[in-house]
Design a protein around this ligand. Structure first.
Ligand code: NAD
Length: 411
C-alpha cells in the first residue's frame, strides 16, 4: 500500500513540474491537507463494546468541498486513505467538478457484522467526523463494501446532529431519500463511454470489438451488460477464483443471472482459465475492473490488447504503464476511466440542492458530455505534450486544484 501513495506522489510531482509549478505546490499537493483519525466505540449484539478505527482524509479544498467514498474493509489504513483522497482530486479535476478530493474508511469486516452492528458503526462514524464534514465542506459516498443503506443511516445521523434534513450531506443514497437515477451503474457507464472513445481513436467499431473484463462485481458486471447490449463481443470475464473464455463471445445474460452478490460466478464452471491467462488474451479492449497491481513489469510485455481501460483503481503499476505506452497500447487511466461514479454523485448533490430531480436519460446525457470532454482533454495533452496518458490525466486533473490554491494565495 505504501507504493500506492509513493507512486501517486511521483506522478503528481512530475505533472506539476511539467505544468510549470514549483516545489511549494508539490509540497502542498503531495499529501492531504487534513487527516482525521477517529476511534468509534460500538455496542455489539453480544452486549460488549468494540472500538473501531476510522479515517477521513481531505486532500485539497481550494476548488470547493471535498468529495469521496467511505470504505469498510479490514485492510483500510492511513496510507491508502491518503492516496485515494488524492485520486479523488484528480478525478474531480478531470471531470471539472466544483470539488476537491476526500476519502474515508473504517477498519472492519462488514461480512462478519450484523445489520444492527453496521448501523451503529455507520452512525458512530458520522458522529466522530461530523465537525469536518457537511454538504458544503466534505461529502461522503459509498465505496468498497458500503452501500445505499449505509449512506441512508449516515445521512439520518447527520440530519439529527444538525437538526434539519440534510440530503446533500452524502451521495449514493436510496432513491426515496434523494438518490439519483443512474447512480448504481454510473461507473460502468462511464467506462463504456471511455471504451467507445478509445476504440474511435484506433478506428475499431464498438460492434466489432472483442472485450475482456477482469472482475464481475459492480463495475465489471454492469460493464459486461453495456458492452453486450452495444453489440461488442465479451470474450472473457473473471472473478477472484478464475476466468471464463469463449472466443465466440460469452453468454453474458446467463452469467449476470447466475453471479452472486459478491461478483463470483466462475465456481459454477469446470472449464476455466486463470486470471493471469485472462489478462494475456488476444482482444481489442482489456478492462481491469477488480483490484490493484494487475499489469506490472512481469506481464506488461505479454498483454495482447490494443486498448486498456482501467475501471479498477490502480490496476497498472508505473513500470507497467511505461511498457504498455512503449508498445503503443492506448491506456485510459483510472482517474479518467472510473470517474463516472463521482460525476453522478455530483449530479445527486446538485439535485438535492435544487430539490428537483432528473430523468435517467438526462443523467446519462450529462454523464456522457462530461466523460467525453475529460477524455478529449487528456488525449489532447497526451498527443500535444508527448506524455503518456497517465501523466496527461494527472496534468489535467491536478491543474484545477493547483490553480485554485495559487489564486487563493495559499502558495
Ligand atoms: P466489487 O467488490 O463489486 O467486485 C470486485 C470483483 O473483482 C469481483 O468479481 C471479485 O470476485 C473480483 N476480484 C476480487 N479479487 C480479485 C483478484 N485477486 N483477482 C481477480 N478478480 C478479483 O467491486 P467493484 O465495485 O466492482 O470495484 C472494482 C474496482 O473498480 C475496484 O478497484 C474499485 O475501487 C473500482 N471502482 C469502482 C467503482 C464503483 O462505483 N463500483 C468506482 C470507481 C472505482
Amino acid at each position: 500500500m505504501n507504493d500506492m501513495l509513493t507512486s501517486t506522489q511521483l506522478v503528481i510531482a512530475e505533472a506539476l513540474r511539467t505544468l510549470g509549478y514549483g516545489e511549494e505546490m508539490i509540497d502542498l499537493l503531495k499529501e492531504p491537507m487534513r487527516l482525521l483519525t477517529v476511534r468509534i466505540p460500538v455496542r455489539m449484539d453480544d452486549g460488549k463494546t468494540r472500538v473501531f478505527l476510522g479515517y477521513r482524509a481531505q486532500h485539497n479544498d481550494a476548488v470547493g468541498p471535498t468529495k469521496g467514498g467511505v470504505r469498510f474493509h479490514p485492510d483500510v489504513n492511513e496510507i491508502e486513505v491518503k492516496a485515494l483522497s488524492i485520486w479523488m482530486t484528480l478525478k474531480c479535476g478531470i471531470a471539472d467538478l466544483p470539488y476537491g478530493g476526500g476519502k474515508g474508511g473504517i477498519i472492519c469486516d462488514p461480512r462478519k457484522m450484523s445489520f444492527r452492528e453496521l448501523e451503529r458503526l455507520s452512525r458512530g462514524y458520522v458522529r466522530a467526523i461530523s465537525q469536518i464534514v457537511g454538504p458544503n465542506k466534505d461529502i461522503p459516498a459509498p465505496d468498497v463494501m458500503t452501500n445505499s443503506q449505509i449512506m441512508a443511516w449516515m445521512m439520518d445521523e447527520y440530519s439529527r446532529i444538525r437538526e434539519f434534513d440534510s440530503p446533500g450531506f452524502i451521495t449514493g443514497k436510496p432513491l426515496v431519500l434523494g438518490g439519483s437515477l443512474g447512480r448504481e451503474s454510473a461507473t460502468a457507464r462511464g467506462v463504456a463511454i471511455m471504451i467507445d472513445e478509445a476504440l474511435n481513436k484506433k478506428g475499431i467499431p464498438l460492434s466489432n470489438a472483442r472485450v475482456v473484463i477482469q472482475g464481475f462485481g459492480n463495475a465489471g458486471s454492469f460493464l459486461a451488460k453495456f458492452m453486450h447490449d452495444a453489440g461488442a463481443k465479451v470474450i472473457g470475464i473473471s472473478d477472484v477464483n478464475a476466468a471464463l473464455y469463449n472466443e465466440d463471445g460469452l453468454d453474458i445474460e446467463s452469467l449476470l443471472d447466475r453471479r452472486d452478490s459478491f461478483g463470483t460466478v466462475t465456481n459454477l464452471f469446470r472449464d476455466t482459465i486463470s486470471n493471469e491467462e485472462l489478462l494475456q488474451l488476444d482482444c481489442d479492449v482489456l478492462v481491469p475492473a477488480a483490484i490493484e497491481n494487475q499489469i506490472t513489469a512481469d506481464n506488461a510485455e505479454k498483454i495482447k490488447a490494443k486498448i486498456i481501460v482501467e475501471a479498477a483503481n490502480g490496476p497498472t503499476t508505473l513500470e507497467g504503464t511505461r511498457i504498455i505506452t512503449d508498445r503503443d497500447i492506448l491506456l485510459v487511466p483510472d482517474v479518467l476511466a472510473s470517474a463516472g461514479g463521482v460525476i453522478v454523485s455530483y449530479f445527486e448533490w446538485v439535485q438535492n440542492n435544487q430539490g428537483y430531480y432528473w430523468s435517467e436519460s438526462e443523467v446519462e446525457t450529462k454523464l456522457k458530455d462530461m466523460m467525453v470532454r475529460g477524455f478529449n482533454q487528456v488525449y489532447e495533452v497526451h498527443t500535444r505534450r508527448k506524455v503518456n496518458m497517465r501523466l496527461a490525466a494527472y496534468m489535467v486533473g491536478v491543474r484545477k486544484a493547483a490553480e485554485a490554491s495559487r489564486l487563493r494565495g495559499w502558495v
